[in-house]
Design a protein around this ligand. Structure first.
Ligand SMILES: Cc1cc2nc3c(=O)[nH]c(=O)nc-3n(C[C@H](O)[C@H](O)[C@H](O)COP(=O)(O)OP(=O)(O)OC[C@H]3O[C@@H](n4cnc5c(N)ncnc54)[C@H](O)[C@@H]3O)c2cc1C
Length: 464
């Protein structure tokens, strides 16, 4: 049954066409229709809460991110710098700059300081352990168990510190289950759909056989499911766990295990969430299938709605393998897809806010305004938690702070860890800044205006 639902190649045009027709960024009158008057993202005073040093740091980092040659080669540049300077000096260079911009800290006291500051601004932290695994990087069972302990620690930190109400955290399944197995499982479920109950029984410790997997693969899946079960059990009624979407060649397997966790733990509320990447041509049908599965199986559904972070790699791979590009042809098509999925979810939530939830995880001002406008039209409360917003730490603070000021629930995705542990994440972040088109340019402009304003105050103060 799950085969067609979770198949990477099974994109069918849904009979329900996308309802949203996103206002293009250049079509002024359509954008004006979408603006609830209160959401003004033009005001640099949103940055008044930042110190002069923080303004300078953000300006420098975003300036560096605007040079394609630096961004495209930042992974290599970092490893060259590390080998020339040595680990300690490299860490000293990175810590006050790129690291401080995008990462909360290394230990609990550093993280706490960042989180308390964030809470004072009305923003909610969503902790994320930045473990980035891809094919060829698989590690042994012991390392996956260690990762599980790190995730359990993340659940504890999110819950036990009173940083915000209704805490959330992100979870990467490939930190607990090898990417190779996820790819194999994806291929298997296309041929032989798995029933969710099979996975739930495995989570419960029952000795089950997984069709299509050999003994070693089956044993690893069993261990992975039990790791996931421990995390879900620890978080239910405490912390909402948002499972990340990754690459199309493994997403169906990730969705399968996420849905099994939902079936087991989302009986009375959405504690486990899945992510839908709207840059995928099949995103709309995947979301519709998740909605009908949740109704059929009787679980609550939490949705993280994103555009998608792996565009370049997905496209290159599809071209190399002679497959159809899984990504929408243009940013505008991705935008239409985002708006359509957003609308479906908001209408569903307006009818049943106890069982459906969404986080509008985007830096895009139009998407955010659109969500706010639809919430008003559909009479969805800003502070009830069924709809919230998410941006990444260090990115588009003008959007986050304005939303928080207007009473919306806003989460910042907060990675933490040592400089070495966060390098792959930082490299991806820098590259993502290249594709977060408008938001970063606008943020730089507002930061510059606020910086000039401060310098003016200093000069006037000095001369009076
Ligand atoms: C809280 C949070 C959690 C996230 N979790 C995940 C996750 O689990 N998985 C994941 O993949 N990403 C995740 N992301 C990243 C997200 O997918 C986007 O990469 C990022 O937010 C930029 O999109 P935007 O809507 O903010 O910005 P925008 O500037 O509006 O859009 C940029 C995005 O549009 C798309 N795009 C750009 N150019 C084109 C083109 N030519 N054709 C088609 N599409 C195009 C790309 O997806 C690009 O990232 C997360 C983001 C946030 C804020």
């Amino acid at each position: 049954m799950l085969c067609s639902r979770l198949s990477p190649s099974s994109f069918h045009l849904s009979p329900l066409r996308l309802l949203g027709t996103a206002a293009s960024r250049t079509v002024g009158f359509k954008q004006a229709e979408l603006h609830p008057p209160a959401l003004n993202f033009e005001d640099p005073s949103a940055f008044r809460v930042k110190s002069l040093g923080e303004l300078l740091r953000a300006l420098t980092v975003f300036r560096l991110c605007s040079f394609p040659v630096l961004v495209n080669n930042c992974g290599k540049l970092m490893s060259v710098a590390r080998s020339i300077l040595g680990g300690k000096a490299f860490s000293l260079m990175l810590r006050p700059t790129v690291y401080a911009q995008f990462v909360a800290g290394e230990n609990e006291s550093e993280i706490s300081r960042s989180m308390e500051k964030m809470s004072l601004l009305g923003l909610r932290p969503m902790l994320a352990v930045p473990i980035e695994e891809d094919l060829g990087e698989s590690v042994g069972e012991k390392r996956y168990n260690d990762n599980m302990e790190i995730m359990l620690e993340c659940v504890r930190m999110s819950h036990s510190n009173a940083w915000c109400e209704d805490p959330m955290m992100q979870l990467k399944i490939t930190a607990l289950l090898s990417p190779e197995l996820c790819v194999k499982l994806t291929a298997v479920i296309v041929q032989q759909p798995y029933d969710l109950d099979l996975l739930v029984r495995a989570m419960d410790g029952e000795d089950v056989t997984f069709p299509g997997l050999d003994q070693k693969e089956g044993a690893h899946l069993m261990c992975g499911l039990q790791r996931l079960d421990k995390i879900a059990k620890a978080s239910v009624n405490k912390v909402r766990v948002l499972v990340d979407a990754e690459y199309t060649y493994m997403n169906p397997a990730l969705s399968l295990v996420t849905m099994a966790m939902m079936k087991k733990y989302n009986t009375d509320g959405a504690w486990i969430w899945n992510t839908y990447q709207c840059y995928l041509k099949e995103s709309r049908s995947l979301l519709m299938e998740a909605l009908s599965l949740s109704k059929r199986e009787g679980f609550c559904l939490g949705v993280k709605l994103v555009r998608g972070a792996y565009m370049d790699k997905e496209r290159k791979l599809a071209e190399k393998e002679g497959r159809l590009d899984p990504i929408h042809q243009s940013w505008e098509d991705t935008n239409d897809s985002y708006n359509g999925c957003l609308d479906v979810m908001l209408r569903t939530i307006s009818q049943n806010p106890e069982r459906y939830r969404i986080i509008v995880a985007s830096h895009n001002e139009e998407s955010v305004r659109r969500a706010a406008r639809r919430m008003e039209e559909l009479h969805i409360d800003r502070d009830r938690g069924s709809v919230c917003f998410g941006q990444l730490l260090g990115m588009c603070d003008h959007v986050s702070l304005t939303l928080a000021k207007e009473g919306y629930a806003v989460y910042k995705s907060v990675p933490y860890g040592s400089v070495d542990d966060t390098i792959p994440y930082l490299v991806r972040r820098a590259q993502e800044n290249r594709t977060v088109l408008q938001g970063i340019r606008k943020e730089r402009d507002l930061l510059r205006r606020e910086f000039k304003h401060r310098m003016g105050l200093i000069v006037r103060g000095g001369s009076s």
